[in-house]
Design a protein around this ligand. Structure first.
Ligand code: PTJ
Length: 255
């Protein structure tokens, strides 16, 4: 890992893509600290492309999903799954959400390495989590091949609802087969995770998690939520943005 030369970058605040460049810097730092998987950088790039298509903003469609997700998490036994990307992109807000929901955090990695577990645990502690709020997936639980099959008997295995932010596609279906209610935050409305989840928030975790924290400060009413319709709407927004005339005066696309 240390053999890879990563040039330190001085991102000027005036740069029009400052916020986006800073997210990349955080992830690169995360790789250096063993928090983020190298593949997490690629995953982020894919997310960025979809973020462009929704106009790099939280749409009304995403807000509706966030409200439904918070209502469900407030009224059921919930666990917040943690991977390397979330642990660098929004650790403080994720820990705050766990506190407001009184839900444990469970580290569950696709690219498992013991040193990554330790690094992520430390990142969560630094972000304000208590030692006993952090669980690690440690027992075979799901009928899938990848390391994501693990779950903690006191955490995901016992939970009614699992929040799985930005994730590869194999776990959501298996969690559904295990009877869980699955909520995801995924910028790609076409991903397997997005399609198989019960509630999909099509938004960047950077924006969605702080908003979840805001909503979780008050009791949210549970209301019927149609995820297929929600995904259809998200794809419609992307389609409309793609059909716009090129506009050099405004980017992201205005709402
Ligand atoms: O830390 P690990 O080992 O558990 O690995 C985590 C990654 C993310 C590397 C792993 O789960 C993976 O490879 O995921 P995928 O298959 O690339 O899927 C990630 C999904 O999240 C894609 O659909 C992306 O579009 C989406 N995505 C990427 N960045 C963001 C995002 N969604 C919301 N917010 C983002 N910032």
């Amino acid at each position: 890992m240390n053999k890879i030369a990563i040039l330190p970058m001085n991102v000027p605040k005036s740069h029009p893509r400052y916020a986006s460049l800073m997210q990349r810097e955080k992830l690169i730092e995360g790789v250096k600290k063993n928090i983020t998987a190298i593949a997490g950088l690629i995953a982020h790039g894919r997310g960025e492309a979809f973020d462009y298509l929704i106009g790099e903003r939280t749409t009304e469609n995403a807000k509706k999903a966030i409200r439904a997700a918070v209502a469900r998490m407030q009224s059921s036994k919930t666990v917040l799954s943690v991977n390397g990307n979330v642990a660098v992109l929004c650790p403080e807000e994720y820990v705050k959400l766990a506190h407001l929901l009184r839900a444990p955090l469970e580290i569950n990695l696709f690219y498992y390495r013991p040193e990554r577990i330790n690094a992520i645990r430390n990142a969560l502690l630094e972000a304000g989590a208590e030692e006993d709020e952090i669980l690690v997936s440690n027992k075979e639980y799901l009928d899938i091949e990848s390391n994501r099959k693990q779950a903690n008997p006191e955490g995901i295995a016992k939970a009614e609802t699992v929040l799985v932010p930005l994730e590869d596609g194999d776990r959501t279906e298996a969690l559904k087969r295990a009877g869980k209610f699955v909520i995801t935050i995924d910028l790609n409305p076409m991903s397997r995770t997005a399609r198989f989840a019960d509630i999909t928030i099509v938004d960047n975790v950077i924006r969605a998690v702080p908003l979840m924290v805001e909503y979780a400060k008050e009791r949210q009413e549970e209301a019927p939520f149609d995820n297929k319709e929600n995904l259809r709407e998200a794809m419609q927004i992307m389609k409309q943005n793609l059909e716009r005339e090129p506009d050099v005066t405004s980017h992201p696309a205005p709402s």
